[in-house]
Design a protein around this ligand. Structure first.
Ligand SMILES: [Zn+2]
Length: 474
């Protein structure tokens, strides 16, 4: 996520809910947990199963801001389950089936507890389908700097940004990056709108006289907060990245002409980052500019980052933000956090990436070095640590900037060849997986043949800002 200007969101404490229980009062050992165990989000995600795939069918009525929807999750039980949870807020649920048979359910806050007629056995594949309808409600998460979830645009359509916990406000989901899954979206909209989601557009078929169904296939496993469905009026642009990666852009009509110019260097950007970080990790890419301004935010929604209208200027002024969201495809999307306290692995890396694009690609290492020193000079001398900054400081500027400075100083210390080998190895080893800061440090130590543990401790885990090593003007 990139938010300009930086905003600090209000700091409501998160109140963990008590664990919901199934209707039949089953033995608690046979009920999936109501959370995955992330200390910042006690009820985010659920235990007892592993989601593999979501089929999302959404019939969108933009005039009435109404969804008629079904979500089918295919999963595998990791334990015997008399009942299990999905994360889901709002909407009316018509019915729920498990393996095609009607199941009982109850709701408490954001937890939907489902009790299948036949208990599930450990190792068993199962599918759960939830039919629901209603008006999506934008979500004021206490953890996000902007309103998230399903929101209206200025052309009567809608957009979805969900980091970190907004996905459960528009579909039932195991809502934590630890449980990545593939997705297929079937989105039906009136003919004068288009639907844009993650992955590849594989089909566009008329439904009656007035509607069209857009089918999007996202075959690369994805963290739920990176899923998105957008309804609007767009112009399309096709580009080709390195090794033929298709880049399919959608630009809100009023800014499309300028956007085509602003985004023209994206293939070059992808090639440049591929040379530094290794092969682009997904099968497809494409940018989406929505017809709304959303508090200066962009989000790295997987394979299809979203930008507000104001990030199109016609003179590439916001190009560094496109670089930031592209870099997230490697850092944050392919390599996903195991716990939200390690969010610097997303944001420190993406911030350092856009600084490289802005100051080094279009300048020199010396220019980048000066810019990083300037960034360092603006860092607070004492701050919450970069790793585990506390749930209310997850998206603080310090996490982004001190994280980026840390990577820059590591690069200067190791030299370019070793530094970028570390990043390539890390990206490759954890491609499509979850990561912790210790995982990254272990890769750096192995690839460099040096023990950098103490360096990372000082820069990432302590409040006091270490001195800039050496002569900054040298
Ligand atoms: Zn970001």
């Amino acid at each position: 996520m990139q938010v300009k200007p930086p905003e600090h969101f209000c700091c409501h404490r998160f109140h963990p809910r008590t664990k919901a229980t199934g209707l039949q009062q089953p033995d608690s050992d046979r009920v999936g947990a109501a959370g995955v165990g992330d200390p910042y989000f006690p009820t985010m995600g659920n235990g007892g199963y592993d989601a593999d795939h979501y089929d999302l069918r959404l019939d969108v009525d933009p005039a009435n801001n109404h969804l008629t929807a079904s979500c089918e999750m295919k999963a595998r039980a990791l334990q015997d389950l008399d009942a299990f949870n999905l994360d889901f807020r709002n909407f009316d649920i018509a019915h729920i089936t498990v393996n095609g048979t009607e199941a009982k359910f109850q709701r408490e806050g954001g937890e939907l507890t489902i009790t299948p007629e036949q208990p599930l056995l450990a190792g068993q594949d199962f599918s759960v389908k939830v039919d629901y309808a209603g008006n999506p409600v934008p979500y004021e998460s206490s953890h996000a700097p902007i309103t998230i979830g399903w929101n209206p645009t200025d052309d009567g359509g809608s957009y979805v940004l969900s980091e970190p916990d907004g996905s459960s406000t528009w579909y039932p989901v195991n809502d934590h990056p630890r449980d990545k899954a593939t997705y297929k979206f079937y989105v039906t909209v009136p003919n004068d709108y288009q639907a844009v989601c993650n992955g590849k557009l594989v089909e566009k078929s008329p439904l009656g006289e007035d509607k069209t169904t857009y089918v999007w296939d996202a075959q690369d496993p994805m963290a739920s907060y990176l899923s998105t469905v957008n309804v609007g009026k767009f112009e399309e642009q096709l580009q080709t990245g390195p090794e033929g990666v298709p880049i399919h852009n959608f630009f809100a009509t009023p800014v499309a002409k300028k956007a085509k110019k602003d985004f023209e260097r994206v293939p070059e950007m992808m090639e440049w980052f591929s040379n530094r970080y290794g092969k682009y990790p997904f099968e497809t890419y494409g940018n989406l500019v929505i017809n709304a301004n959303v508090g200066g935010a962009a989000l790295e929604t997987q394979t299809r980052p979203i930008y507000e209208r104001g990030m199109v200027t016609g003179d590439k002024r916001a190009e560094y933000i496109y670089a930031h969201e592209l870099a997230h495809q490697w850092w944050g999307n392919s390599t996903s956090v195991e716990n939200w306290k390690d969010i610097w692995l997303n944001e420190g890396f993406a911030n350092y990436s856009h600084m490289q694009w802005k100051h080094e690609h279009d300048g020199s290492f010396k220019k980048l070095d000066r810019a990083m020193y300037q960034m360092y000079m603006f860092l607070p001398r004492n701050s919450p640590p970069v790793v585990d900054p506390g749930e209310n400081d997850m998206f603080s500027e310090n996490v982004y900037n001190r994280g980026a400075v840390t990577l820059h100083l590591l690069r200067k210390d190791l030299g370019d060849e070793t530094f970028f080998n570390c990043l390539k190895t890390y990206g490759e080893q954890y491609r499509g997986k979850n990561v912790t800061t210790d995982d990254f440090i272990a890769v750096v130590n192995t690839v460099s043949g040096q023990d950098k543990t103490e360096f990372f401790d000082r820069w990432l885990r302590q409040s006091k800002l270490p001195p800039w090593p050496g002569n900054p003007l040298g």
